[in-house]
Unconditional design. Structure first.
Length: 211
């Protein structure tokens, strides 16, 4: 007998991955439409249409569900941004516009994702620390992409590049949060354009200083 049986052409590992995806989709739906307080084991399994034993097959706590959910959204976000950058002409504003549009659209075309990322990411001290790590990871991505885009030399001060990248990403997170909460009277397109203005201004200014 084999440890991993196949039924209907789907392996045990694939079935487990499908159940995990169903639980995470259910978590996204609950948080995005009903609120974090409604995220319980029984509610999650009922929404996913799964027995509770499958919850414990994949997760050991609510925090582990929230971590997996926010990590998944972050991965989607990074993939969308990088894809936009890779398929855009090498023009400063066009590149910034494509990247920011891709990110903002991913989080707002499905409002559940922005709500889940913001709410879940602040739910506990551990998740807040995880969110800080994610912001730093995106800042590192921005720094790396900017260094390549502006063809900065290896002698360029990393501290200056890292500072601006973290400033931009952290500022965008706070601005997007305020906008989603209705504290900024801007359309989504206006939000994108203002954000592009800031990214281009700080990016070109630093590139000029480091030439």
């Amino acid at each position: 007998m084999t440890a991993q049986r196949t039924y209907g052409g789907i392996s045990a590992e694939e079935r487990r991955a499908q159940r995990r995806a169903a639980l995470l989709e259910a978590a996204l739906e609950i948080i995005g439409t009903e609120g974090l307080e409604k995220l319980t084991v029984s509610g999650l399994c009922a929404r996913a249409g799964l027995n509770e034993r499958y919850y414990y097959e994949n997760f050991d706590s609510r925090d582990s569900v929230l971590t997996a959910l926010t990590d998944g959204i972050a991965e989607e976000l990074a993939a969308a941004i990088l894809a936009a950058v890779r398929t855009t002409a090498p023009d400063t504003r066009a590149t910034a516009h494509a990247a920011i549009t891709a990110g903002v659209h991913l989080l707002t075309d499905d409002p559940r994702k922005a709500k889940a990322a913001l709410i879940a990411g602040m739910a506990t001290p551990e998740l807040r620390a995880r969110t800080t790590e994610t912001v730093r990871a995106f800042a590192h991505m921005v720094a790396s992409e900017g260094t390549d885009f502006y063809r900065m030399s290896d002698s360029a001060p990393a501290s200056a590049i890292d500072f601006r990248a973290l400033y931009l990403v952290g500022g965008l997170v706070q601005t997007l949060t305020a906008w989603l909460q209705g504290d900024l009277n801007l359309t989504r397109d206006e939000l994108i354009e203002h954000t592009v203005d800031v990214f281009v201004l700080l990016g070109e200014d630093l590139a000029e200083k480091l030439r």
